[in-house]
Structures are given as C-alpha cells and as structure tokens.
Design a protein around this ligand. Structure first.
Ligand code: PRP
Length: 168
C-alpha cells in the first residue's frame, strides 16, 4: 500500500470544500445526501466543517445484471427518507469513476423537484469516465489507481484508514 493523500491533506481539502459550499449556499439550508457506503466518513467530516444549517440523508445503489457497475445498470436499493421538493440537495460521494452511478442518481433525484441539485465528490477519476458527468465540487482529481481508505474499501477492508492509499 502506498500513501496517496495524507490525513492532513484530506482534512485540509474537506475544510476547503465545506467553506466553498457554505459560501455558495450562504443564508440557505442544505440537505446532504450521502451515497453509502463509501461516502459516510467524508460526509461526517464535511458536515461538521460546514457553517450553514445542514440536514442529512443517505441513499445506497447497487449494480445488477452482469454484476459489474460498468455494465451501466444501477438501481436504488435504499432511498432517501426526506421529501426533496424545494430543498437544496447536495449529493456527497467519495469517488467518481465511470460516472454511471451519479448520472443515474442525479436523474433520479432531479425528478423529485429539488430547488437545486449539486454533487460534491472527494475524488474524481476523469480518465475512467464512460458517461458524460461533471461534479460541481471536486476534492482531488486522481489517476486510475485502485484507492482505499477514508471510506473507500477493498472487500470491505480499509474504510477506516485516515489517509487515502493506492493498493498495489
Ligand atoms: C463506488 C463509489 C461510487 C461508485 C462510483 O461505490 O462510492 O458510488 O463506486 O463508480 P462509477 O462512477 O463507476 O459509477 P462502490 O460500488 O465501491 O460501493 P461502496 O461505496 O458501498 O463501497
């Protein structure tokens, strides 16, 4: 395992993202929608750094059909429990790879008529994109490495690491 982003680098970036989002939504309330499981640690830190009123909810998605998400078939296996109509929704994601998950989720959530819908991703692998999707806020753009830590797993291991590591 090789360190890619230290705990300090991650925390600095999370703080900067929280500040930017809090400025952009100054005077408003936002609903953070975390994509389980990977985003739970990022969302916990992001939410605590925000300086505007924040509510939180979660979704979970699964691939089906061939068993690989890049087959492009995604479904919601856990929906939000909050009505989204009129809310400033910010989807919180740990990593964007092909973009298929977020493209699907964004379309799904937009249909609920939120006041606004934005996406924040801590990590983005633009080189892996298979569908056209651009997040509104990005922490780090990274190359195509298999990364773990800070919520990201390999067979459910390593999610609790403070930093982000490349798994060789
Ligand atoms: C990861 C990540 C995103 C998705 C991104 O989730 O958290 O939800 O993959 O991939 P895409 O851009 O190619 O659609 P994962 O399937 O690893 O589930 P987990 O968060 O529960 O670990």
């Amino acid at each position: 395992m090789k360190l890619l982003l230290s705990e300090k680098e991650v925390q600095k970036k999370v703080k900067a993202l929280a500040r930017k989002i809090s400025q952009d939504f100054s005077g408003k309330e936002v609903l953070l929608v975390g994509v389980l499981k990977g985003a739970f640690i990022f969302m916990a830190d992001l939410a605590r750094q925000m300086t505007i009123p924040v509510k939180m909810d979660f979704v979970r998605l699964a691939s089906y059909g061939t068993g690989i998400r890049s087959a492009g078939k995604v479904k919601l296996t856990k929906d939000v429990e909050t009505p989204l109509r009129g809310q400033n929704v910010i989807v919180v994601e740990d990593i964007i790879d092909t973009g298929i998950t977020l493209k699907y989720l964004s379309r799904c959530l937009k249909a609920r008529r939120p006041r606004s819908l934005k996406v924040v991703a801590l990590l983005d692998k633009p080189g892996r994109r298979e569908v056209n999707f651009h997040p509104d806020y990005v922490g780090f753009r990274i190359d195509d490495h298999f990364v773990v830590g800070y919520g990201l797993d390999c067979a459910e291991e390593y999610r609790n690491l403070q930093g982000i590591y490349v798994l060789k």
